[in-house]
Design a protein around this ligand. Structure first.
Ligand SMILES: Nc1ncnc2c1ncn2[C@@H]1O[C@H](COP(=O)(O)OP(=O)(O)OP(=O)(O)O)[C@@H](O)[C@H]1O
Length: 269
């Protein structure tokens, strides 16, 4: 079986020159409270254009909640999310225009694929483009076929999702998110519902996406991904970022306090 081996699949240094300082996503003092339970505790985070950041941490540390705040699927209690030129105060209901801009700018891939079972694969990828971007069906279908080819599924376009494996369905979900030409892609444990072999297909697509320069924020338990594909690793616990740093530093040197905390966070899951 193929493997995401750090030595065989190490990416060439991606070209970030010229954009390295440009923040594309800024989270400012994000706080999320359920009753007395503080799930996100004044969290700050900045992603630069083209950066791939892996978030790891024990169950219940707030990783999914954070992603859901970024695209307002579950707004934070307070704080600000800035995506490119769009700034959203999480404590105020967004306008329809803000929400549309956000949905265009931020693509999201979930653990479950959430494809429409009664629509063909092609239609699943085309429909959001028509609804959100106002593309014609012809243009949307053309773009969908390009993206399905990019995720290795050109031949599945006219089939129904039920005829596709879990790994294929997740790759379709990635194509669907990419079809809106997002500035950032969020992934919430995209492989955890899949057998390792099918998960690998998805990871390889994500690796290709990272290589192409897409800005990505990825909640994952895939240590190989965090080590070989991401530029930076963030460790969350109790709604806070307890550690962060370049992947190689965090993942490679088991002697540092940082790495020990990281390993404990993963073991505690
Ligand atoms: N709707 C809700 N109402 C109350 N508490 C919630 C709600 N959604 C999440 N929580 C709590 O928020 C905390 C963080 O949950 P979250 O799903 O973000 O964690 P996580 O780090 O993604 O965990 P996992 O790795 O298990 O998915 C948990 O304690 C959870 O019980």
């Amino acid at each position: 079986m193929m493997n995401l081996n750090p030595d065989t699949l190490k990416l060439p240094q991606r070209e970030l020159a010229g954009q390295a300082d440009k923040p594309i996503l800024r989270l400012e003092a994000i706080r999320k409270v359920y009753g007395k339970h503080v799930v996100l505790d004044d969290l700050n985070l900045t992603l630069r254009s083209g950066e791939v950041v892996a978030i790891i941490g024990p169950s219940g540390s707030g990783k999914s909640t954070l992603l859901r705040c970024i695209n307002m699927l579950g707004p934070a209690t307070s704080g600000r999310v800035v995506v490119g030129d769009l700034a959203i105060d999480e404590s105020i209901p967004p306008t329809a225009q803000q929400l549309t801009s956000l949905r265009r700018s931020v693509g999201m891939v979930f653990q479950s694929f959430n494809l429409f079972p009664h629509m063909s694969v092609l239609r699943n990828v085309s429909l959001p483009q028509e609804r959100v971007l106002g593309r014609s069906r012809k243009d949307a279908d053309k773009r969908s076929r390009e993206l399905l080819a990019r995720v290795g599924l050109a031949e599945k376009a006219d089939q129904y999702p039920a005829r596709c494996s879990g790994g294929q369905q997740q790759r379709i979900a990635i194509a669907r998110a990419l079809a809106l030409d997002p500035q950032i892609m969020l992934f919430d444990e995209p492989t955890s519902a899949l057998d390792p072999e099918l998960g690998l297909e998805v990871l390889l697509v994500m690796q290709e996406l990272a290589r192409s320069g897409m800005t990505m924020l990825v909640v994952t338990h895939e240590m190989n991904f965090a080590e070989t594909v991401s530029d930076r690793v963030i460790i969350m616990a109790d709604g806070k970022i307890i550690e962060e740093g370049p992947s190689k530093e965090v993942m490679r040197d088991p002697q540092t306090d940082r790495a020990k905390r990281f390993l404990k966070a993963v073991k505690d899951r």
